[in-house]
Design a binder for this molecule. Structure first.
Ligand code: AHG
Ligand code: MN
Ligand code: MN
Length: 339
């Protein structure tokens, strides 16, 4: 470091903002450090995945009916093992596991619950495109020794912390505990996540939209009209927008948080089994919505805030539109007018 600044790591960041963190018990620092520890291990595998036998499919399918990649399994094992035995959680949920995950016998059942997408963007693993991990943390609500699904199935607005790790040209951890959104970049030479993006703020309007256009014929009228609008030349509304779609929610949302614009995964009628779109509420949409709102942006189901949705199923899916507030509000107007 040139100016003698050693850099602020996760622990220092929370300690220095101690008074701003309502959950500033040592527990939160411990939780985020355990997540960072698991992320470093996954990052190491992701960054050498091209060299070792960790690419490719396991031959299994997960509850979502999707092919399980070896890295999905690896990341799932690492995060569950570290978090379940950390003493901070009473119950876990993972995209890769059908039911809630209890704390193993002999380990402390803690005051929080955590839902994770251990490896987001699986379809991009073998083509060296950014992938990630997403996490969502609630305070436990149940009594008794063991936690249960109720500790996980809470409205997103009640999260005490949420964030993601993006494994790319560098590995970054972006998180919020309700006091701003902060980005930390892994410095592999010291093995620490150092603060690199303090107080991320989403611009009120962007210039790009992010959606899988291959689903155009299957969207509602409101979404189709909105996308058509974004392509028209109109000085006043600043269109046409540019199109950016990576296919890993973490990467598309990371760009949206930093540069603005709107990321969308609408409901579509392509697959009757998925009438509410593809993205899962507990460990994709609610944590990303939490980050968006705390970065000054918005996250909507198209008809209301994602953070107000009370989950009814562990792997429930919701339509998701998130990013710059003005863009999300405009999308909601198109849905109100044309759906
Ligand atoms: P996951 O790999 O955890 O199943 O998530 C993949 C999700 C999300 O990362 C991304 O936004 C979306 O799938 C892309 O879906 P399409 O390929 O249908 O566009
Ligand atoms: Mn995912
Ligand atoms: Mn996943």
């Amino acid at each position: 470091m040139t100016d003698g600044k050693i850099g602020i790591n996760l622990t220092r960041h929370i300690f220095e903002k101690q008074r701003e963190y309502p959950e500033a018990t040592g527990e939160l620092t411990g939780i985020l450090n355990q997540i960072a520890f698991a992320a470093k291990i996954v990052s190491r595998e992701v960054n050498k995945a091209g060299l070792v036998e960790i690419l490719g499919l396991t031959g299994d399918k997960n509850i979502q009916g999707e092919e399980v990649q070896k890295l999905d399994d690896f990341a799932n094992e690492v995060f569950i093992n570290i978090l379940a035995k950390s003493g901070h959680f009473c119950v876990l949920a993972s995209e890769e596991v059908p039911d809630v995950i209890p704390i193993p016998d002999g380990y402390i059942s803690g005051h929080y619950s955590i839902a994770i997408d251990p490896l987001d963007g699986s379809s991009n693993i073998d083509v060296n495109v950014n992938i990630g991990t997403i996490f969502s943390i609630h305070r436990r609500t149940s009594e008794g020794e063991k936690g249960c699904a109720d500790d996980l199935m809470q409205a997103g607005r009640k999260q005490v912390a949420a964030g993601y790790v993006v494994y790319g040209s560098s590995t970054m951890l972006v998180m919020s505990t309700g006091n701003g959104v902060h980005g930390f970049t892994l410095d592999p030479s010291v093995g620490e996540f150092l603060e690199s993006h303090p107080d991320i703020q989403i611009p009120s309007r962007g210039k790009t939209y992010s959606i899988n256009e291959g689903n155009y014929p299957y969207w509602s009228g409101g979404v189709r009209h909105y996308i058509d609008h974004l392509k028209k030349k109109d000085k006043e509304s600043g269109t046409p927008y540019g199109a950016r779609y990576i296919g890993s929610m973490v990467a598309d949302m990371h760009r949206t948080l930093l540069k603005g614009g709107i990321f969308m995964y609408p409901a579509d009628n392509k697959d009757p089994k998925k009438p509410h779109g593809k993205l899962r509420l507990l460990y994709e949409c609610a944590p990303m919505a939490f980050l968006c709102e705390h970065a000054g942006g918005a996250a909507s189901t198209g008809t209301g805030p994602v953070l107000d949705v009370v989950p009814t199923e562990l792997h429930q899916r919701v339509p998701f539109f998130a990013g710059s507030t003005e863009d999300v509000r405009e999308l909601e107007r198109f849905i109100a007018d044309y759906d």
